[in-house]
Write a new protein. Structure first.
Length: 76
Protein backbone atom coordinates (compact mmCIF):
# COMPACT_ATOMS: atom_id res chain seq x y z
CA UNK A 1 0.00 0.00 0.00
CA UNK A 2 1.44 3.31 -1.06
CA UNK A 3 0.86 6.42 1.04
CA UNK A 4 0.50 9.97 -0.15
CA UNK A 5 3.75 11.69 -0.90
CA UNK A 6 4.26 14.87 1.06
CA UNK A 7 4.75 17.88 -1.18
CA UNK A 8 7.29 20.56 -0.39
CA UNK A 9 7.20 24.18 -1.50
CA UNK A 10 9.94 26.76 -1.84
CA UNK A 11 9.94 29.86 0.33
CA UNK A 12 9.39 31.92 -2.81
CA UNK A 13 6.24 29.93 -3.71
CA UNK A 14 4.90 30.37 -0.17
CA UNK A 15 5.58 34.12 -0.31
CA UNK A 16 3.80 34.43 -3.65
CA UNK A 17 0.79 32.49 -2.33
CA UNK A 18 0.56 34.73 0.74
CA UNK A 19 0.97 37.83 -1.44
CA UNK A 20 -1.88 36.60 -3.65
CA UNK A 21 -4.18 36.37 -0.62
CA UNK A 22 -3.16 39.83 0.57
CA UNK A 23 -3.35 41.60 -2.78
CA UNK A 24 -6.40 39.93 -4.30
CA UNK A 25 -8.90 40.58 -1.51
CA UNK A 26 -10.03 36.95 -1.87
CA UNK A 27 -10.42 34.50 0.98
CA UNK A 28 -7.67 32.12 1.98
CA UNK A 29 -10.01 29.27 1.04
CA UNK A 30 -10.54 30.63 -2.45
CA UNK A 31 -6.84 31.13 -3.12
CA UNK A 32 -5.96 27.75 -1.61
CA UNK A 33 -8.47 26.01 -3.87
CA UNK A 34 -7.07 27.77 -6.95
CA UNK A 35 -3.53 26.69 -6.01
CA UNK A 36 -4.53 23.14 -5.12
CA UNK A 37 -3.68 23.57 -1.43
CA UNK A 38 -5.53 22.78 1.75
CA UNK A 39 -6.93 25.87 3.48
CA UNK A 40 -5.00 25.01 6.64
CA UNK A 41 -1.67 25.00 4.79
CA UNK A 42 -2.16 28.46 3.28
CA UNK A 43 -3.59 29.78 6.54
CA UNK A 44 -0.43 28.61 8.34
CA UNK A 45 1.78 30.32 5.73
CA UNK A 46 -0.17 33.56 6.18
CA UNK A 47 0.24 33.33 9.96
CA UNK A 48 3.96 32.59 9.66
CA UNK A 49 4.45 35.53 7.34
CA UNK A 50 2.47 37.77 9.67
CA UNK A 51 4.60 36.70 12.64
CA UNK A 52 7.88 37.07 10.75
CA UNK A 53 7.08 40.35 9.03
CA UNK A 54 4.15 42.36 10.36
CA UNK A 55 4.43 44.96 7.59
CA UNK A 56 5.43 44.16 4.02
CA UNK A 57 4.86 45.35 0.50
CA UNK A 58 2.96 43.38 -2.10
CA UNK A 59 2.68 44.72 -5.64
CA UNK A 60 3.07 48.27 -4.40
CA UNK A 61 0.47 47.93 -1.65
CA UNK A 62 1.31 48.31 2.01
CA UNK A 63 -0.05 45.32 3.91
CA UNK A 64 -0.31 45.52 7.68
CA UNK A 65 -1.29 42.48 9.72
CA UNK A 66 -2.92 43.45 12.98
CA UNK A 67 -3.13 41.03 15.87
CA UNK A 68 -6.44 41.13 17.72
CA UNK A 69 -6.30 39.43 21.12
CA UNK A 70 -8.48 36.32 21.27
CA UNK A 71 -8.78 35.95 17.49
CA UNK A 72 -7.06 33.52 15.18
CA UNK A 73 -6.03 34.13 11.58
CA UNK A 74 -9.21 34.75 9.62
CA UNK A 75 -9.90 34.78 5.92
CA UNK A 76 -9.26 38.12 4.29
Amino acid sequence: MEGRRRRSFTDDYKRQAVDLVASSGRSIGSVAKELGLRDSVLRRWVAQRRDASPIFFSDGALIVFVSIPGNTVADF
